[in-house]
Design a protein around this ligand. Structure first.
Ligand code: MG
Length: 380
């Protein structure tokens, strides 16, 4: 049985990972589950999957859970608990399913132990892509994508030589505001932004999809995951979210991976890789879908997409600044403190203001993240 550690088990990816694991009895064993705050959701997971340990990032809630579950499993708390779990527990696969920068520190521990890293937490590669991929090579850790686009590319690349890749084509749904004018974007509400047409996800990534920053972060993720420079990574709007991404080869041939907008498939592929296992998930009906359409993204309207390309171009800690500024800007938007159209403006200001460190080490990345957060918190 493969032993699995899931970071973020009560979020959308974590829940789907447990759904996949539940559908393959006898294949996987849960070593540990970690969460931020949702102890009411974690409690039944503990009873069903019997992890050896759990981590609750919120210390008070962690103590509360400890009382409830008694001696059933070890309860660790705080950010330090996340790192300890990744560093000390016995597992084969690290599933990074939490949102944001906080995924980096535990992922680094798993990499240093040469584990399989099944990564949904794209921020890890956005903020420290070069460092993370170098460290993976050094410690023989294997990075496997869970992000649906990157899983699609990864599957298209199977059996191919990397030198024969002409470009990667990331598809994007375009989000809820695909057909809104740039002017109209200024007044969209939180509720409208959270209403994604195809995917059901957590709040942060749903807002990122609406601003298309999600695709921006995915360009950076693809850059490091597949070792391909940004000029050979294209974005195409594909409103149906059926073609999850494509790879174009030097002979002009394009391979695509298709599927329903359901994260269970990319999660399963990462968990069972290199095996492809039979499942009973819903199958796609192409006649029912009828049309698959594609169009160019509008970089003027979706400024976040342009900011992401620029940050990748600038290198160093620019992508860390981009990410930290975006995390704070999205939080502010969700709290009703800023307009939707101010998200790219805050990120732009942070990129202008915060100094870019070339070839940063881990400490420089953590400092840059902190400095950027403080700066953007003070903006409005
Ligand atoms: Mg994605």
């Amino acid at each position: 049985m493969k032993k699995v550690l899931i970071l973020g088990s009560t979020g959308s990816i974590g829940i789907n990972t447990l759904n996949v694991i539940r559908s393959f009895p006898g294949e996987f064993e849960i070593t540990a589950l970690t969460i931020n705050t949702k102890i009411d959701l974690l409690e039944p997971q503990i009873h069903e999957f019997n992890p050896k340990a759990v981590v609750v990032k919120d210390e008070k809630l962690g103590r509360e859970l400890e009382k409830r579950v008694g001696g059933k499993c070890k309860v660790l708390v705080g950010e330090q608990g996340l790192v300890e779990a990744a560093k000390n527990l016995d597992y084969d696969i690290f599933v990074g399913a939490m949102v944001g920068f906080c995924g980096l520190a535990p992922a680094l521990e798993a990499i240093k132990r040469g584990k399989i890293i099944a990564l949904a937490n794209k921020e890890t590669l956005v903020v420290a892509g070069e460092l993370v991929t170098n460290l993976c090579r050094k410690h023989n850790a294997k990075l496997l994508p869970i992000d649906s686009e990157h899983s699609a590319i990864f599957q298209c690349l199977e059996g191919e030589e990397k030198s024969k890749v002409e470009k990667i084509i990331l598809t994007a749904s375009g989000g809820p505001f695909l057909n809104k004018s740039k002017e109209a974007l200024a007044d969209v509400t939180v509720k409208e932004a959270l209403n994604h047409p195809n995917w059901k996800m957590g709040d942060k990534i749903t807002i990122d999809s609406a601003s298309m920053m999600n695709k921006g972060l995915e360009i950076i993720e693809a850059r490091w995951l597949f070792g391909i420079e940004k000029d050979r990574i294209d974005v195409l709007i594909h409103p149906q979210s059926i073609v999850h991404s494509m790879v174009q080869f030097v002979d002009g041939s394009i391979k695509a991976q298709l599927g329903l907008p359901d994260m269970k498939l990319p999660i399963q592929y990462a968990l069972t890789y290199p095996e492809r296992m039979k499942n009973n998930f819903k199958r796609i009906s192409l006649p029912k879908i009828g049309n698959l359409t594609f169009l160019e993204p509008d970089f003027e309207k979706f400024e976040c997409l342009k900011l992401a390309y620029n940050a990748l171009d600038a290198g160093g800690t620019a992508t860390c600044i981009l990410n930290a500024a975006n995390e704070i800007a999205v939080e502010k938007f969700l709290k009703g403190l800023i307009k939707f159209s101010n998200i790219p403006k805050l990120i732009y200001k942070a990129l202008e203001k915060i100094e870019n460190h070339k070839a940063p080490d881990v400490q420089a990345i953590f400092e840059c993240d902190k400095e950027t957060r403080e700066f953007v918190l003070g903006l409005n």
